[in-house]
Write a protein that binds this ligand. Structure first.
Ligand SMILES: Nc1nc2c(ncn2[C@@H]2O[C@H](COP(=O)(O)OP(=O)(O)O)[C@@H](O)[C@H]2O)c(=O)[nH]1
Ligand SMILES: [Mg+2]
Length: 479
């Protein structure tokens, strides 16, 4: 297994460096390999990072107002007890108070200034966070704010691979900051397949009628295939984090308020939801106060209110839980979740091993540059086929999407062996998780036979051929 190779290399490296480094290296690598995958949510200020993160966790943990905390890198981790701690610049840590206010968490920085804090760590029991640690970051690119610069340096600086194994990158319009961050992140971690880009606040794109999605999708597609992002991210998906967050945290009271707007005719509703001013003032007879309207705007946005009220009108959202489902669908969050599962989670071991390896390499370069052979061993391990499987799967999907694959049985095997269904041996081989070793070996031998036959098929040529070869290599490792 890849992680065993990385751990073994860490042992060898630490034995060759001085004893102080020894403990550090071993600890760093072990922590990296054992803890959940770390996914950073990055993008420019107000891109919608914190809102999306809340939507993914299903709770309003990350502040999205003007709180000082939005300027601090914050890690959200699963754990048994609730706690919030600050890692301070001076090396110490402090426990912070974080009372719940309504549906959201209110972190009190106490006597500490934002400048004194390296990162906040919010721990709470959460199924979503058990699968991966999410890291919220301050916005990049605000020139007046050096914290953005610090984020850039921390996550994609020259000092090594940074703390994240993968990135969800939010953008509304492509900006040069976006490209330069992604380029640096890629340089630090190796390949484009650990970055997913999100065209964020998609509900605000293309006016407020139902065509927004089509337009957002077209923009996302253009970005994904465009010259600047194609080689930097796995894909680009349009998402409305706000609708996802509100879906996850909808209250009965909000449902009742939205339902009042459902009393309007479809035309009146559409007209009212055309501008913020109209929404704030029209139809006082609905008995929704100015304050409540402002609050609804914050929680739903104009598109969200119209979508929600229409769903109530059409009786597809007869109660709050059905409205939740409707909003969730409109947010397209599921698409991101599935993508994260397929591209990040199913390859967590590989992504973590690569981070650990990049970290080791940076360490040797810094503290033991004279040990050229150790750097070479890191580089040799970075060539391991598993690190390139994601690239290969992306190519395979590209071939598939373009309908350029010949109709041959057994082509599906390539994807499976390259880890499309998950990277555990049983998933690759398509056997039961508890299949005995003899059954696994037999399945592996059978897969290899079929792939070798496939390789000699004259229709398998061009870009398909190296994919078959890679699947054979992956299969051989399972025998
Ligand atoms: N309409 C709409 N507004 C959003 C969306 N996501 C965030 N916002 C709003 O944009 C502002 C900035 O969001 P925030 O998540 O704090 O952005 P961050 O600075 O990137 O963390 C807040 O007022 C959010 O309510 C979205 O998907 N749709
Ligand atoms: Mg934020």
């Amino acid at each position: 297994m890849l992680r065993d190779h990385v751990a073994a290399l860490a042992t060898d490296i630490s034995a060759r460096l001085n004893s102080a480094s020894h403990a550090t290296v071993m600890e760093m690598v072990a922590e990296r390999l054992e803890s959940p995958l770390r996914v950073a949510v990055v993008g420019r200020v107000k891109a919608g990072k914190s809102t999306l993160l809340n939507a993914m966790i299903g709770e309003r943990l990350a502040p999205t107002n003007f709180s000082e905390c939005t300027r601090v890198v914050t890690w959200y981790c699963d754990g048994v007890a609730h706690s919030v701690t600050a890692d301070l610049v001076d090396g110490s840590t402090a426990t912070l108070a974080a009372p719940r206010r309504g549906t959201h968490l209110d972190i009190d920085l106490g006597p500490h200034t934002v400048e004194q804090i390296n990162r906040l760590i919010v721990v709470r029991p959460s199924a979503a966070l058990r699968r991966m640690t999410l890291i919220d970051t301050p916005g990049l690119g605000s020139t007046s704010d050096w914290l953005g610069e610090r984020t850039l340096e921390q996550f994609a600086g020259s000092g090594g691979p940074g703390p994240a194994d993968a990135v969800i990158y939010l953008l509304r319009h492509l900006h040069e900051d976006d490209v330069s961050f992604l380029e640096s992140f890629q340089a630090g971690t190796g390949d484009p397949t650990n970055s997913i880009a999100v065209l964020s606040r998609a509900d605000e794109i293309g006016g407020l009628d139902d065509t927004f999605l089509k337009e957002a999708q077209a923009i996302a597609q253009r970005l994904a295939n465009g010259p600047q992002l194609a080689s930097l991210v796995h894909t680009v998906v349009p998402i409305s984090g706000l609708l996802g967050e509100t879906a996850a945290t909808l209250t009965e009271e909000e449902y009742q308020q939205v339902a009042k707007f459902a009393r309007l005719t479809a035309e009146d509703l559409a007209a009212t939801c055309r501008t913020v001013d109209r929404f704030a003032t029209r139809y006082p007879e609905l008995e929704i106060s100015q304050e409540q309207r402002q609050q609804l705007l914050k929680r739903f946005g104009l598109f969200g209110i119209r979508t929600a009220a229409t769903a109530v009108q059409m009786r597809t959202a007869a109660d709050s839980s059905r409205l939740q489902q409707r909003l969730l669908r409109a947010s397209r969050l599921d698409e991101l979740t599935q993508l994260v599962e397929r591209v990040f989670e199913s390859r967590a071991d590989v992504l973590k091993a690569r981070s650990a390896l990049m970290m080791l390499r940076a360490f040797v370069e810094r503290d033991g540059a004279q040990h050229v052979d150790l750097i070479e061993r890191c580089d040799a391990l970075l060539e391991a086929p598993a690190f390139h499987e994601l690239d290969l799967l992306t190519q395979l999907r590209g071939l598939d999407a373009a309908a350029k694959l010949p109709q041959i049985n057994d082509l599906g095997l390539i994807g499976s062996l390259l880890g499309e269904q998950g990277s555990a041996p049983w998933q690759r081989l398509g056997v039961a998780a508890d299949a005995p070793p003899s059954e696994r070996s037999a399945a592996a031998a059978d897969c290899l036979n079929r792939l070798r036959r496939l390789r000699s098929d004259p229709r398998v040529r061009g870009t398909l051929r190296p994919l078959v070869d890679a699947a054979i290599v992956a299969g051989e490792a399972l025998v």
